[in-house]
Design a protein around this ligand. Structure first.
Ligand code: SAH
Ligand code: SF4
Length: 353
């Protein structure tokens, strides 16, 4: 495969402009000897308006449009499949410029539209309860490929996305630079104009990523997938982060709140007989004691070929009540889109297309 270097990540050349963020487009404009305002115009066309070609950029001179078209491709994802859930959730299978596919989910609720987007095609972390992890990592996505998912969903609903969460395929902090660039493009008034607090990253707990994220100037929201506060259980469930000690993870959460003043969420997928036992609950209570966090309990969603089951609803309620008694806010996350395999952890790598 022919590849080019775009900043820190290696992406296929077909990704073209979608490998570039605001700085990348600014550098391109500079290379071409253009005045500064041209970069902002191009960013607005590509990310604010979702232009499908340079030709339609009507306020750029015709010769510049021709130069840009010759310089690099401007791809846009193709919707290969769209599935609609009875609850209004829609799941999209998107084909990227080099033929790689990713899944994206749109979740409407009242006047809100939340997009659950992917940051990688596949994932290298191999969590035992997650369909994405099963097939491994295909490749990182470029910033524009991440932003485009939010655009595709917004256009399909005929609405502006109000919230976006990096909870689709992939580990966002394993593709940190592109993820941050994408969040900035979603946040920018030249891009999608979504408020920073309405942009959330969920990580399996990569400590460097949490540290860097805490020092970013924007008020993006952080979610950390915990799934067990007992090291041995967590190592088994999440082999990709078995090198991350719970003690260090807890420290990083303390630092994060101290530096940002914000409250991260902890994701906890309840799996019957694995992390829903009294011992696990006790460890979770101790882990959270004194932390500024909100615990999201998610009865594990079934995935093909996995024997893992969710406990009955009373167990989740018991977790919420016990955490509340020790001063930790917790809630059970309402399940969306499970009938179309669009719920958390059900997005898989599709090799069959
Ligand atoms: N890689 C990141 C973000 C994508 S996964 C992460 O792991 O945080 C988004 C969320 O769905 C994570 O909290 C993940 O642990 C959770 N998840 C994965 N598989 C699940 C399943 N089968 N049931 C419920 N939640 C699941
Ligand atoms: Fe990757 Fe997150 Fe799935 Fe784990 S839960 S395999 S980190 S996408």
């Amino acid at each position: 495969m022919s590849e080019a270097r775009h900043g820190a990540c290696r992406l296929p050349v077909e990704v073209g402009v979608k490998a570039l963020d605001i700085d990348g487009i600014t550098a391109l404009a500079h290379d071409l000897g253009l005045p500064g305002f041209r970069a902002a115009q191009i960013v607005r066309w590509v990310y604010g308006r979702g232009a499908r070609s340079f030709a339609e950029m009507s306020d750029l001179p015709a010769d510049l449009r021709a130069v840009l078209s010759a310089r690099m491709p401007l791809p846009f994802p193709e919707v290969l499949e769209r599935q609609m859930s009875a609850d209004g959730t829609r799941k999209y299978l998107l084909r990227l410029a080099d033929g790689v596919t990713v899944e994206t989910v749109g979740l409407p609720a009242g006047d809100r539209l939340t997009v659950c987007f992917s940051t990688q095609a596949g994932c290298a972390m191999g969590c035992s309860f997650c369909a994405t992890g099963a097939a491994g990592l295909t490749r990182d996505l470029g910033p524009g490929e991440i932003v485009d998912q939010v655009r595709v969903v917004g256009e399909d609903f005929g609405l502006r996305a109000t919230n976006a969460v990096a909870m689709g395929q992939g580990e966002p902090f394993a593709n940190y630079d592109a993820t941050l660039s994408a969040l900035r493009l979603m946040n920018s008034s030249l891009g999608l104009g979504i408020g920073a607090r309405h942009l959330t990253v969920s990580t399996c707990g990569l400590l460097d990523g949490i540290r860097r994220f805490a020092s970013e100037p924007e008020q993006f929201t952080l979610a950390v997938s915990l799934h067990s506060a007992i090291q041995e259980t967590r190592n088994r469930l999440m082999p990709g982060v078995r090198g991350v000690s719970l003690l260090a993870l807890r420290e990083s959460l303390i630092d994060y709140s101290r530096l940002t003043g914000r409250r991260p969420s902890l994701e906890y997928a309840l799996i019957e007989g694995t992390n829903d036992t009294p011992k696990e609950l006790e460890a979770l209570v101790e882990f959270c004691r004194g932390l500024l966090v909100h615990v999201n309990l998610i009865p594990v969603n079934p995935i093909v070929g996995s024997p893992l089951r969710r406990p009955d609803a009373t167990r989740a309620d018991e977790f919420v009540r016990t955490l509340a008694r020790s001063g930790t806010e917790a809630s059970v996350r309402a399940e969306r889109g499970a009938d179309i395999d669009a719920a958390c952890g059900q997005l898989r790598q599709r090799a069959d297309i």
